[in-house]
Write a protein that binds this ligand. Structure first.
Ligand SMILES: [Zn+2]
Length: 585
């Protein structure tokens, strides 16, 4: 007797093989039979009617480290077909933490990943763990809509061992290195899936200090990679220096991206462990990503195991009156900011208020790393600024940019943006791309996704909760890249499915999942491709302490099964929580 029988699906196996019509049976949380016509009784039968059946997605770049301590629903990932997330990326996380050090880690996470500090203060059960193994043991008591794996992060490890010296990014002593490496080996042996570090100036705590470890010397990162070698498992994850440009406004990055690639190859070779790092196209060096991939090909032939991690669309900052926008640090705006939206709009539409705000300069928030400073002081890149409603496919022509539209209207760009934000109901979103769109098309992204060296990730789900909304990446890969793209070649369905299932699962050592094969975990999506779409982006105030986040629902996920249990039913949460902490083995 099967638990579930899915009849008449288009099976996409996750291994990259061609899609075929057939049935799939689940029993005891495992795939019991797959392919052809399966007869035999089942407690529940789902007639797929030709809908896709795929492994549930494995999202390897998320930041749910706080949310997993209070939440089981795991939005936004659960509603986008994700069955496993890897969190703890980019050098930030919440363990180890000594009593009294909580605030430091909250300020780090709030600055780097823009998760409201109040939500982290009030939502997290501080005191439930000190060490990393205790953090994992705490998570292991909880139940989720999907499986959760975790990387150990450089920031808390350095803070724990070196205290103030670590937070100020001073050099580590030989004793510091030994102590940090011992913690990492212990954490990975207890079940961490690896270790993460950030080396870009843009990742800063709210007080402005870059993430502890940003300037780590070679001997420090080598010692930490050595900790993975000693544990005999784990992935090293890194955001290399210069990943999003040279950052002159922050004093300039210290290493070139190509020299970082050489360092990462050494880390991988000496530890024998795989290393994945963020790779994006930036306007400053718009062909550098291609050079990086060419160099990685050579280094991997020489024994390195580098996995450049690439995105699925331009990275964008979202602006709106109720989230972040270019005018929020202008004095005349600050005087109005506490007003409810309708009353604020009334004021903002008065010509004298508009004139004052446009004439003023920004005043910085006292905490330099606050996202409102980042957005207000960021270069106002109007050629890369678009109305969200205008760009469903995220691949707009240059003629749709605010630079072009303002010129056509004979208006200054800043005034054009202002009028847009205060127009409508004041709820319209503007997006400003900052990577992967140097040539006004997705051709570079296509080449990155078609390159066999790369892995697909960078959704940042659970982070940047009101400025970035790339948690929808797995769905966008199917709607845009497989089905809808008009301005260039699409991606093959089987390739897209493979890259967000088995390929990512294998990289992180999760060999029990990621493919539709007998004996594998029954983490399965049933997807109606004809209906699959992204709903409207909207602000929800559903984080602890009233914190807000942007969510964008999906339509077309007929069902998602995690460990054989149905967690989603026609785009609705069934309330089942079969997901657990997944430990390295
Ligand atoms: Zn990240």
């Amino acid at each position: 007797m099967y638990d579930t029988l899915i009849k008449g699906a288009t099976l996409v196996d996750g291994l990259g093989g061609p899609a075929v019509t057939g049935d799939l049976a689940i029993a005891g949380g495992r795939i019991a039979a797959v392919g052809g016509r399966i007869t035999g009784a089942a407690r529940e039968t789902l007639d797929a009617g030709g809908a896709l059946a795929t492994p549930a997605w494995v999202d390897i770049h998320t930041h749910y480290d706080g949310q997993v301590t209070w939440d089981g629903a795991m939005e936004p990932s659960a509603s986008h077909g994700v069955g496993t997330v890897v969190m703890g990326n980019c050098g930030v996380g919440f363990a180890p933490v000594a009593p009294g050090d909580e605030v430091t880690l909250i300020e780090l996470m709030e600055g780097v990943e823009d998760i409201p500090g109040t939500a982290l203060h009030e939502g997290m059960p501080w005191g439930a763990w000190t060490s990393y193994p205790e953090y994992l043991d705490f998570l292991a008591t909880r139940e989720y809509a999907l499986d959760v794996g975790s990387l150990m992060a450089h920031g808390p490890v350095r803070n724990h061992v070196m205290g103030e010296r670590g937070r100020r990014n001073q050099a580590a002593s030989a004793d510091d290195l030994r102590a940090m490496a011992a913690l990492v080996t212990e954490g990975v042996r207890a079940g961490a899936l690896g270790f993460s570090t950030s080396r870009i100036l843009g990742h800063r705590a709210v007080r402005g200090e870059p993430v502890p470890g940003t300037f780590a010397a070679d001997d420090e990162v080598l010692a930490l990679a050595g900790a993975l070698k000693r544990a005999g498992r784990g992935v090293f994850q890194m955001i290399p220096s210069s990943t999003i440009g040279s950052a002159p406004q922050l004093g300039g990055e210290r290493h070139s991206l190509l020299s970082e690639v050489e360092l990462m190859a050494r880390l991988s070779r000496e530890s024998g462990r795989p290393l994945t790092f963020t790779l994006m196209q930036v306007d400053e060096w718009k062909d550098l990503w291609r050079e990086v991939l060419e160099r990685v090909a050579v280094l991997n032939r020489d024994g390195a195991r580098l996995y450049p991690q690439v995105g699925v669309r331009p990275t964008a900052i979202v602006m709106s009156l109720d989230t972040y926008h270019s005018f929020m640090r202008r004095p005349s705006y600050l005087a109005l900011r506490e007003l409810p939206l309708a009353r604020r709009l009334e004021q903002l539409r008065r010509p004298e208020v508009k004139a004052a705000i446009l004439a003023e300069s920004n005043v910085a928030h006292e905490l330099p790393g606050k996202m409102e400073n980042v957005v207000a002081f960021a270069r106002a890149n109007y050629p890369q600024t678009f109305a969200l409603a205008d760009i469903d496919d995220c691949e707009p022509l240059a003629s749709r940019s605010f630079a072009a539209l303002a010129a056509a209207a004979g208006q200054p760009e800043e005034a054009f943006l202002y009028d847009f934000l205060v127009g409508g109901e004041g709820r319209d979103f503007v997006v400003r791309f900052f990577t992967n769109y140097s040539e006004y098309n997705h051709d570079a992204l296509h080449e990155m996704q078609m390159n066999d060296l790369t892995v697909s990730g960078l959704s940042d789900a659970g982070a940047h909760v009101s400025v970035i909304f790339d948690a929808v990446a797995p769905t966008f890969l199917l709607t845009h890249w497989v089905r809808d793209r008009q301005r260039g070649p699409r991606l093959p369905l089987e390739r897209v499915v493979h890259r967000q299932t088995q390929r990512n699962a294998q990289l992180f050592g999760l060999h029990d999942r990621g493919s539709l094969e007998v004996g594998k975990r029954a983490d399965v999506n049933v997807i109606d491709m004809a209906r699959l779409s992204l709903g409207p982006l909207a602000l929800h105030r559903d984080l602890p302490a009233g914190g807000a986040r942007l969510l964008q629902p999906a339509r077309g996920y007929v069902a998602t099964y995690v460990n054989g249990v149905r967690t989603r039913h026609f785009d609705r949460d069934t309330g089942a929580r079969p997901g657990r902490l997944v430990r390295s083995r």
